[in-house]
Ligand binder design. Structure first.
Ligand code: ATP
Length: 299
């Protein structure tokens, strides 16, 4: 029997995040184009009698170690589904920025589902895992699938999108995180103050075509994030970070999800290097990567 299983899982950037009106249940209807990028966390599930978690990496101190940890919540949900009080020690090696708008917690939850399913020999189908994932949070199903996909509803109803080739990205990581609920709240507040009514969101045809054609300049022009003004309002320095990347010829520049990570689309791997150098003085750290990449996989 397997005594440990390691799963590698990517972070995401939102290529389109269109936020519709606030619903009665407190969520917004979204059109959310997720793109999995090569910033990976690794989650190892080791045989143990009880469920515990340990986190390694520079930002380990920012991640809860109790029942609030999304990887623990995922393992619990899976054990409940199997109807047995399974245990495991989950070891998370974090590279995805914490509270950075790249869905690192959701990625760890997805990885824990895949790792524990294998460790406990449950053999659930991807459909089963996607169902459990959707109950854990809107971004968790995508971390299982990876690639590029459009999410509707709260973002959890996913349709994969065809993509040609690979896109090169640079990420400017900020000091500290931003709270996702706070950013949505600020978005509502800004809209109300401006007397703006949120429209019903739809997938951008221009974005879908650019992805299908592997057209990086077209993709750069169609990147959109309705949460960006709110994230900038809460963290003014992001406006400057974005400008530094644009001045250095980024094909597109936007706040990733609820921020504060900023994502820059480069023309090539060399241009990504050039952007990385320019951005170093405008943020805490710079990481480059590419997408799309697959979702949670056993390594
Ligand atoms: P999203 O883009 O999905 O809104 P995010 O990338 O901004 O999320 P996360 O890194 O997922 O943010 O973390 C959000 C909060 O979740 C953190 O403040 C942290 O306290 C909590 N959290 C719980 N489990 C984890 C985990 N395994 N890794 C990171 N954060 C976690």
């Amino acid at each position: 029997m397997t005594s440990s299983v390691t799963v590698r899982v990517p972070g995401k950037v939102n290529l389109q995040l269109s936020v519709g009106p606030l619903r009665d249940d407190g969520y917004h209807d979204l059109v959310n184009v997720f793109h999995a990028v090569s910033l990976f966390d690794e989650v190892t599930a080791v045989e143990a009698a009880t469920l515990t978690v340990r986190v390694e990496g520079d930002s380990a101190g920012l991640v809860p170690l109790d029942g609030d940890n999304l990887a623990i919540r995922a393992a619990r949900a899976l054990a409940a589904r199997a109807g047995r009080p399974y245990g495991a020690e989950l070891v998370i090696r974090k590279s995805i920025p914490v509270a950075g708008g790249m869905a690192g917690g959701s990625a760890d939850a997805a990885a824990a589902l895949v790792a524990c399913d294998r460790l406990w020999g449950l053999g659930l189908t991807q459909r089963d895992l996607l169902d459990i994932a959707a109950d854990l949070g809107s971004d968790v199903p995508f971390a299982l699938l990876g690639g590029t996909a459009v999410g509707t509803g709260r973002g959890e109803m996913l349709t994969p999108l065809p993509v040609r080739g690979t896109f090169f990205w640079v990420f400017a990581l900020a000091d500290g995180g931003l709270s996702t609920p706070q950013v949505y709240g600020e978005c509502d507040r800004l809209r109300e103050a401006a007397g703006e009514r949120a429209c019903w969101p739809a997938l951008s045809d221009q974005l879908a075509a650019a992805l299908r054609d592997g057209d990086a300049p077209g993709l750069g022009k169609s990147l959109v994030n309705d949460l960006q003004p709110a994230a900038i309002m809460l963290r003014r320095s992001l406006a400057r970070t974005l400008q530094v990347g644009r001045d250095r010829g980024a094909l597109g520049a936007l706040v990733s999800g609820s921020g504060p990570t900023c994502a820059f689309l480069a023309e090539s791997a060399e241009h990504a290097l050039d952007l990385s150098v320019a951005l170093k003085s405008a943020c805490r750290a710079v990481v480059s990567g590419y997408g799309p990449v697959p979702g949670a996989v056993v390594v």
